[in-house]
Design a protein around this ligand. Structure first.
Ligand SMILES: Nc1nc2c(ncn2[C@@H]2O[C@H](COP(=O)(O)OP(=O)(O)OP(=O)(O)O)[C@@H](O)[C@H]2O)c(=O)[nH]1
Ligand SMILES: [Mg+2]
Length: 495
C-alpha cells in the first residue's frame, strides 16, 4: 500500500502527502538525511532504512529533487518503481519550471488528484479467507459496492472498498473447498487478510489450516480474525472454549446479521491500516489561540503553544502544517534569542564599568606592566585627590591597598595573557599603534579589539565605556588600558 509521498528540494520538504500513517516528522527528517548522504542509490529498498521501520522506503532523485515513497513491506519493488516513474512524469508536466512552492493551488490539487489515482492503481488488496459457510461472501458484500465487480479468473471475485479517500480491492473466494490449492494464489500479495469463521460451528483442524496458510503464503500481510455468527451462541462461553483449544491472533467477534457490523468492520480496518484521520475541527481554534498569544508579544508562551500544536499535528501526520509551524517557531526563537542577547549586553555593560576599587575618587596611574615586573606595590600608584585627603585618609588608604591587590590579580592575569598572545604571534588591531595618540578613534579601536577576541560590543557602548573609564581614572586612556578593558570584557562574557 502506498502510504506516503514526500518530495524534498535540496534540504527542504516541498510536498508531502500521507494516505495512511507511517513515518512521523522526526523519522522522516532522519530518513531524508540518510538518503541525502547516500545519493548514489537511485531507487530500491535500502536495507539500512528497511531495518529502521516496518515500512519500505523507495527514493529517486531528479535534479535537485528527492522523491520518497513509503509503502508496506508487502509491496513489490517493480510495482513501486512503475509508480515512481508515473509520479515523476506527472510532476515534470505540472511543474515544468522545477518549482513547486510558489506555484498555484490548482496545480497542487491536480497533483494530489493524480497521486490518489496512483494509490488506487496499486490495487491495495484485502482477501477474505475462512472455512466454507463462514460468512465470507456476506462480509464481502457489506464491505464493497460490487458495482465495479470483476472476476479473478474462475476462482475469485473482486470489488472496491472505499475507506475515507482510499480504495481497496476486496477479494472473495468462489470455490467451496477448504483445501483448494488456489487458496495460496488467492491470498498472495494481500495488504490485509481477513480470516472469518463461524463461532457456532467450527473445526479446529480447518481453522489451523487457514492460519498456517496465511503465515506461509503472506506473512507480511496485516491480519484480522473474525469470530462470526455470535447471534447463535453465548459469546463468553464460546470464546472461552475456543481459547482453551487454540490461540487466534487479532480476534474480534461479531454477527454479520447485526446492524452495527459494518461500523465495527470499517473501524477495525482503518485501525489496522492506520488510515489517516482528518484534523479535528478544534484545530483552527487552537491555532488562533496561539496567534493571539504571539500578538501579545509573549514570545516564550507563544513558542510553547506552537510546539504543542506541532505535537498535535504529528499525531495526524499533517506535515505541511507542521513545517509552517516549525518555521514560525524558528522565527520566534530567533527574536527571543535577540531579546535575551540585548538584555545580556545591557547587564554586561553594567558589569563592564571600570572596576569599583579604582572608582573611588583617587587618581590611579596604570603603568605598563612587564612580564617580569608584576609586583603590586610598584605597579600602581594612587594619588588621593584633595577632597578625599581632607576627609577619610586612613580608612581609604587601608581600603585601597586591599582593593588594589584584588584589581592587580585581574591586571596581572590580563597582562600575562597579552604577553602570551604576543608570543603566539596573535594579531590584534591595537598592534598597529605605538601609542594611543596614533589612534584616530578609541571607541572604534576598542570595538575592533573586542571583535578580534571573538565577541561584539556596539560602538555606542564602547564609547560610553571609554568615557566612564576616563572619568574614573581621571586621566587620558592608554593603549594598555584598552587592552585590559577588551580582555576583561571577554573574560566577563565567558562567565
Ligand atoms: N445467523 C447468522 N447467519 C449468518 C451470519 N453471517 C452469515 N450467515 C449466514 O451464513 C450463510 C453462509 O454465508 P456466506 O456469506 O455465503 O458464507 P461463505 O463463507 O461465503 O460460504 P461459501 O462461499 O459457500 O464458502 C448464509 O446463509 C448467511 O446468511 C451471522 O452472523 N449470523
Ligand atoms: Mg461465498
Amino acid at each position: 500500500m502506498l502510504r506516503q509521498i514526500h518530495i524534498f528540494k535540496k534540504k527542504k520538504m516541498v510536498f508531502t502527502h500521507t494516505f495512511t500513517l507511517a513515518l512521523g516528522n522526526e523519522e522522516l527528517q532522519k530518513l531524508f538525511k540518510l538518503i541525502e548522504s547516500n545519493i548514489k542509490i537511485n531507487i530500491g529498498e535500502d536495507p539500512l532504512l528497511r531495518a529502521l521501520s516496518e515500512y519500505q522506503v523507495f527514493h529517486r532523485t531528479l535534479e535537485d529533487f528527492y522523491f520518497i515513497l513509503i509503502t508496506d513491506l508487502i509491496d513489490k519493488k517493480e510495482e513501486i518503481e512503475g509508480i515512481i516513474d508515473k509520479l515523476i512524469n506527472k510532476f515534470k508536466k505540472i511543474y515544468p519550471n522545477n518549482e513547486i512552492l510558489n506555484e498555484s493551488e490548482s496545480k497542487k490539487e491536480d497533483f494530489i488528484d493524480y497521486i490518489y489515482q496512483l494509490q488506487s492503481d496499486i490495487h491495495s488488496k484485502i482477501s477474505i479467507i475462512g472455512p466454507v459457510n463462514a460468512g465470507k461472501t456476506m462480509l464481502y458484500n457489506i464491505l464493497t459496492d460490487q458495482h465495479k465487480e470483476r472476476n479473478i479468473m474462475n476462482f475469485a471475485k473482486s470489488s472496491i472498498l472505499s475507506l475515507y479517500e482510499l480504495k481497496f480491492d476486496v477479494w472473495d473466494f468462489q470455490i467451496n473447498d477448504n483445501y483448494a490449492l488456489l487458496w495460496s494464489k488467492f491470498i498472495s500479495g494481500s495488504d490485509l487478510v481477513i480470516f472469518i469463521f463461524d463461532i457456532s460451528n467450527y473445526n479446529l483442524k480447518i481453522l489451523n489450516h487457514f492460519l498456517n496458510l496465511k503465515k506461509k503464503v503472506s506473512n507480511l500481510s496485516k491480519f484480522i480474525s473474525i469470530a462470526n455468527k455470535t447471534d447463535l451462541v453465548n459469546i463468553e462461553n464460546a470464546l472461552a472454549s475456543l481459547e482453551n483449544e487454540m490461540h487466534i491472533p487479532n480476534l474480534i467477534h461479531l454477527s454479520l446479521k447485526k446492524s452495527d457490523a459494518k461500523a465495527i468492520l470499517f473501524s477495525e480496518i482503518s485501525n489496522i491500516f492506520k488510515i489517516k484521520e482528518k484534523l479535528p475541527d478544534n484545530y483552527d481554534n487552537l491555532l488562533k489561540e496561539a496567534e493571539e498569544i504571539e500578538k501579545e508579544s509573549n514570545l516564550g508562551k507563544a513558542i510553547a503553544k506552537y510546539k504543542e500544536l506541532i505535537r498535535y499535528l504529528n499525531k495526524y501526520q499533517e506535515f505541511t502544517e507542521i513545517s509552517k509551524l516549525e518555521e514560525k517557531v524558528k522565527e520566534l526563537e530567533k527574536s527571543l534569542r535577540e531579546q535575551v542577547e540585548l538584555r545580556r549586553k545591557i547587564e554586561l555593560k553594567k558589569k563592564f564599568a571600570p572596576p569599583t576599587p579604582i572608582k573611588f575618587s583617587k587618581k590611579i596611574t596604570v603603568k605598563p606592566l612587564s612580564k617580569n615586573k608584576l609586583d603590586s606595590s610598584k605597579q600602581l600608584k594612587s594619588t588621593p585627590s584633595e577632597e578625599s585627603k581632607e576627609q577619610t585618609k586612613p580608612a581609604q588608604t587601608k581600603l585601597r591597598s586591599s582593593d588594589i591587590k584584588l584589581d592587580l590579580s585581574v591586571l596581572k592575569k590580563t597582562q600575562e595573557e597579552i604577553v602570551q598572545n604576543r608570543e603566539n604571534n596573535e594579531k590584534h588591531p591595537e598592534d598597529k599603534f605605538k601609542s594611543i595618540d596614533d589612534v584616530p578613534d578609541k571607541a572604534v579601536l576598542l570595538q575592533k579589539m573586542i571583535e578580534s577576541r571573538g565577541s561584539k560590543l556596539s560602538l555606542k557602548l564602547c564609547s560610553q565605556f571609554i568615557k566612564e573609564m576616563m572619568e574614573s581614572l581621571q586621566r587620558e586612556i592608554t593603549l594598555n588600558d584598552l587592552k585590559i578593558a577588551a580582555d576583561n570584557f571577554i573574560s566577563l562574557e565567558k562567565q
